[in-house]
Design a protein around this ligand. Sequence first.
Ligand SMILES: Nc1nc2c(c(=O)[nH]1)N[C@H]1C(S)=C(S)[C@@H](COP(=O)(O)O)O[C@H]1N2
Ligand SMILES: [Mo]
Length: 412
Amino acid sequence: MRDHPRLPTAPGFWRSPLRGPWFTSVLGLVLLAGITVLFVTGLVSYAAYNPDLSPVNDTTPDKGVLGFYLFAWPAGPVWLYRFTQGVHVTLGVTLVPVLLAKLWSVVPRLFTLPPARSLAHALERVSLLLLVGGGLFEFTTGVLNIQLAYVFPGSFYPLHFYGAWVFFAAFVAHAVLKAPAAVRTVRRRLRTEPESDLVAPHPDPPTVSRRGALWLVGGGSLLLFLTTVGQSLGGPFRRTALLAPHGGPDPGGGPNGFQINKTAAYAGIDAAETGEEAWRLVVTGRTGTVRLSRAELLRLPQHSSSLPIACVEGWSTADQWWRGVRLRDLAALVGYDGEVPDVFVESLQRHGAFRRAALRANQVADGRSLLALSVNGEDLSMDHGHPARVIVPAAPGVLNTKWVARLTFGDL
Ligand SMILES: Nc1nc2c(c(=O)[nH]1)N[C@H]1C(S)=C(S)[C@@H](COP(=O)(O)O)O[C@H]1N2
Ligand SMILES: [Mo]
């Protein structure tokens, strides 16, 4: 038996026979494709919040040039955000084993001595620090957010958003430098691995082949995929999402028996303020303010839309059958007959980041956008936003404000 070097900086310290350019390259190419999709769907998710519309939609101060690509989020197809965010979260979770295996495969390089051979080498190592640190940061904040439901109240978006730009910049630089060689390595297959410092000089005997190790990583990813994807598919698949958070208490059965994000109790909604006597919807616009009781709202023309709820956490419901008053009809009550403006929505809730939201004119104008009073043929339950909630097609769940108290129409 050879002596095992004690320091990770010694070349003989790392002994796994699995390490080598082929293993690293396969994982690297999977991440190249996967992380690119994560970045694009992440930017899209940010745009879906209409962060450039109003400061209440956005807790990311001074996004400056990083907001260059923002656009008016469309109001269709109705499953748009359900799809983009389902992909973002499911793919992110699925790639966790690949990311960890990739980092493991190159960990000896972290300990290379001397720390820098030249200025170029020093710069390369700093960029790798941003790459590895940024990657771990993005995956960790993302997973924490979906598992613990907004662990960073108000601060998750800026952290994850700025982190994404730093990480992706380092990622692009790395991909430009490494991808061509990685493609060549994978094409050459296993038998003719190029010489590399990744290969252990004194490997231990193998317990699994490189190909077998790759199957293990892939199996781990598949398992995570199968136990996560159900939350985005909804319906009966929901039960298969063992790893996904179920968003609070069991919603039970019946017409209101679909996922609840924050309960009325959690949001501090008092039943006394939602009763027929107490509650009035306050609608303000060009021609002044009107106050409507729930009974009066029910006497306005009622419309139906089949729309899902799709949360940033990645879960979504199948389409629910909502019924209520069109937002654009409410705009018409306060002086907007032709062109409708944006609207600022406020709820009865006094604290919490999602107690209010701004919607863009295109969302108000869509005939499927409702101030919903009932769902699936039954009055809204307290937890789903009784006495009235907003529901908008294609939008993130956070724009579907519950327990609405006030609508202020006008360009924001
Ligand atoms: N007033 C208020 N409305 C809210 C929220 C909230 O915390 N407060 N959460 C939002 C979020 S993040 C989502 S995903 C949806 C969830 O709606 P549901 O609980 O009816 O499924 O409600 C949205 N409306
Ligand atoms: Mo959400």
